[in-house]
Design a protein around this ligand. Structure first.
Ligand SMILES: [Zn+2]
Length: 158
Protein backbone atom coordinates (compact mmCIF):
# COMPACT_ATOMS: atom_id res chain seq x y z
CA UNK A 1 0.00 0.00 0.00
CA UNK A 2 1.21 3.49 -0.74
CA UNK A 3 3.36 5.10 1.90
CA UNK A 4 1.17 7.83 3.34
CA UNK A 5 3.01 10.39 5.41
CA UNK A 6 1.43 12.01 8.41
CA UNK A 7 2.40 15.08 10.43
CA UNK A 8 3.02 14.78 14.18
CA UNK A 9 -0.50 16.14 14.80
CA UNK A 10 -2.02 13.27 12.82
CA UNK A 11 -2.97 15.24 9.72
CA UNK A 12 -1.71 13.99 6.36
CA UNK A 13 1.55 15.25 4.87
CA UNK A 14 1.13 13.33 1.59
CA UNK A 15 -0.69 14.85 -1.35
CA UNK A 16 -3.56 13.63 -3.48
CA UNK A 17 -2.40 12.10 -6.78
CA UNK A 18 -5.32 13.69 -8.59
CA UNK A 19 -5.63 17.29 -7.33
CA UNK A 20 -2.22 17.78 -5.72
CA UNK A 21 -3.67 19.10 -2.44
CA UNK A 22 -2.80 17.62 0.96
CA UNK A 23 -4.86 14.54 1.81
CA UNK A 24 -7.71 14.79 4.31
CA UNK A 25 -10.83 12.86 5.29
CA UNK A 26 -11.61 9.65 3.42
CA UNK A 27 -8.92 8.55 1.03
CA UNK A 28 -8.33 5.84 -1.55
CA UNK A 29 -4.86 4.31 -1.63
CA UNK A 30 -3.39 1.79 -4.05
CA UNK A 31 -0.50 -0.64 -3.88
CA UNK A 32 2.18 -0.90 -6.55
CA UNK A 33 0.05 -2.94 -8.92
CA UNK A 34 1.44 -1.53 -12.19
CA UNK A 35 5.16 -1.90 -12.73
CA UNK A 36 5.26 -0.93 -16.40
CA UNK A 37 6.38 2.72 -16.43
CA UNK A 38 4.72 3.30 -19.80
CA UNK A 39 1.30 2.16 -18.62
CA UNK A 40 -1.21 5.02 -18.67
CA UNK A 41 -2.06 4.40 -15.00
CA UNK A 42 1.49 3.89 -13.79
CA UNK A 43 1.56 7.18 -11.91
CA UNK A 44 -1.63 6.24 -10.04
CA UNK A 45 -0.20 2.99 -8.76
CA UNK A 46 1.18 3.16 -5.20
CA UNK A 47 -0.41 6.51 -4.41
CA UNK A 48 -3.25 7.96 -2.40
CA UNK A 49 -6.07 10.30 -3.38
CA UNK A 50 -8.98 12.06 -1.74
CA UNK A 51 -12.01 9.79 -1.88
CA UNK A 52 -14.00 12.72 -3.30
CA UNK A 53 -11.46 13.23 -6.10
CA UNK A 54 -11.45 9.53 -6.84
CA UNK A 55 -15.25 9.42 -7.14
CA UNK A 56 -15.25 12.28 -9.65
CA UNK A 57 -12.24 11.08 -11.65
CA UNK A 58 -13.30 10.39 -15.28
CA UNK A 59 -11.02 7.31 -15.37
CA UNK A 60 -12.33 5.96 -12.06
CA UNK A 61 -14.38 3.10 -13.44
CA UNK A 62 -11.61 1.77 -15.72
CA UNK A 63 -9.04 2.22 -13.00
CA UNK A 64 -11.12 0.46 -10.33
CA UNK A 65 -11.80 -2.43 -12.66
CA UNK A 66 -8.08 -2.85 -13.34
CA UNK A 67 -7.29 -2.65 -9.64
CA UNK A 68 -9.98 -5.23 -8.90
CA UNK A 69 -8.50 -7.65 -11.44
CA UNK A 70 -5.02 -7.14 -9.98
CA UNK A 71 -6.33 -7.78 -6.45
CA UNK A 72 -7.92 -11.05 -7.57
CA UNK A 73 -4.65 -12.23 -9.11
CA UNK A 74 -2.81 -11.37 -5.90
CA UNK A 75 -5.39 -13.21 -3.84
CA UNK A 76 -5.14 -16.28 -6.06
CA UNK A 77 -1.39 -16.31 -5.55
CA UNK A 78 -1.80 -16.60 -1.78
CA UNK A 79 -1.46 -20.14 -0.47
CA UNK A 80 -4.91 -21.68 -0.69
CA UNK A 81 -4.93 -23.02 2.89
CA UNK A 82 -4.70 -19.41 4.14
CA UNK A 83 -8.01 -18.30 2.74
CA UNK A 84 -11.30 -19.52 1.36
CA UNK A 85 -13.48 -18.09 -1.40
CA UNK A 86 -16.97 -17.28 -0.12
CA UNK A 87 -18.32 -15.48 -3.18
CA UNK A 88 -16.98 -14.77 -6.63
CA UNK A 89 -18.94 -12.80 -9.20
CA UNK A 90 -18.02 -10.35 -11.96
CA UNK A 91 -18.64 -7.53 -9.46
CA UNK A 92 -17.19 -8.79 -6.22
CA UNK A 93 -14.88 -11.23 -4.56
CA UNK A 94 -15.40 -12.24 -0.96
CA UNK A 95 -12.75 -14.29 0.75
CA UNK A 96 -12.16 -15.41 4.32
CA UNK A 97 -8.64 -15.00 5.70
CA UNK A 98 -8.07 -17.68 8.33
CA UNK A 99 -5.07 -16.18 10.13
CA UNK A 100 -6.72 -12.76 10.55
CA UNK A 101 -10.26 -14.14 11.10
CA UNK A 102 -11.29 -11.53 8.58
CA UNK A 103 -13.68 -11.27 5.70
CA UNK A 104 -12.17 -9.47 2.71
CA UNK A 105 -14.67 -7.91 0.33
CA UNK A 106 -13.15 -6.65 -2.92
CA UNK A 107 -15.44 -4.74 -5.27
CA UNK A 108 -14.98 -3.90 -8.92
CA UNK A 109 -17.02 -0.70 -8.88
CA UNK A 110 -15.14 0.96 -6.03
CA UNK A 111 -11.83 -0.87 -6.36
CA UNK A 112 -11.75 -1.13 -2.58
CA UNK A 113 -11.01 -4.04 -0.27
CA UNK A 114 -13.17 -3.84 2.85
CA UNK A 115 -11.80 -5.93 5.72
CA UNK A 116 -13.96 -7.00 8.63
CA UNK A 117 -13.11 -9.16 11.60
CA UNK A 118 -15.59 -12.02 11.90
CA UNK A 119 -16.82 -10.67 15.26
CA UNK A 120 -18.07 -7.55 13.45
CA UNK A 121 -19.45 -9.21 10.35
CA UNK A 122 -23.06 -9.67 11.48
CA UNK A 123 -23.44 -6.14 12.84
CA UNK A 124 -21.91 -4.76 9.69
CA UNK A 125 -24.39 -6.70 7.52
CA UNK A 126 -27.24 -5.57 9.72
CA UNK A 127 -26.68 -1.93 8.87
CA UNK A 128 -23.23 -1.05 10.18
CA UNK A 129 -22.02 -0.94 6.59
CA UNK A 130 -24.12 2.15 5.93
CA UNK A 131 -22.24 4.14 8.56
CA UNK A 132 -18.82 2.72 7.80
CA UNK A 133 -18.65 2.61 4.04
CA UNK A 134 -17.29 5.42 1.95
CA UNK A 135 -19.93 7.43 0.11
CA UNK A 136 -21.18 6.84 -3.41
CA UNK A 137 -19.07 4.17 -5.17
CA UNK A 138 -18.48 1.97 -2.17
CA UNK A 139 -22.00 2.41 -0.84
CA UNK A 140 -23.47 1.53 -4.24
CA UNK A 141 -21.18 -1.48 -4.66
CA UNK A 142 -22.10 -2.91 -1.24
CA UNK A 143 -25.76 -2.17 -1.62
CA UNK A 144 -25.83 -4.06 -4.97
CA UNK A 145 -24.53 -7.29 -3.39
CA UNK A 146 -25.88 -6.98 0.14
CA UNK A 147 -28.46 -9.73 -0.25
CA UNK A 148 -25.75 -12.10 -1.51
CA UNK A 149 -23.52 -11.16 1.42
CA UNK A 150 -26.32 -11.89 3.87
CA UNK A 151 -26.49 -15.47 2.57
CA UNK A 152 -22.82 -16.22 3.20
CA UNK A 153 -21.70 -18.65 5.86
CA UNK A 154 -18.36 -17.88 7.45
CA UNK A 155 -16.11 -20.89 8.05
CA UNK A 156 -16.30 -22.28 11.59
CA UNK A 157 -13.69 -20.82 13.93
CA UNK A 158 -10.89 -23.27 14.74
ZN1 LIG B 1 -7.68 15.37 -4.32
Amino acid sequence: MALILRNPDGTYASKCALCGEVLSGSIFATGRFITNKFHEFYRFSDVAMHWSCYVKWPQQSRFASLYFEAALIMRERMRSQNWKTLLKSPEAFVGYLFAEHEVSLIMRKSGTDVRLHRSRWQAWLNGGWQRECRPELEREAISAILSQLQELQLPDPP
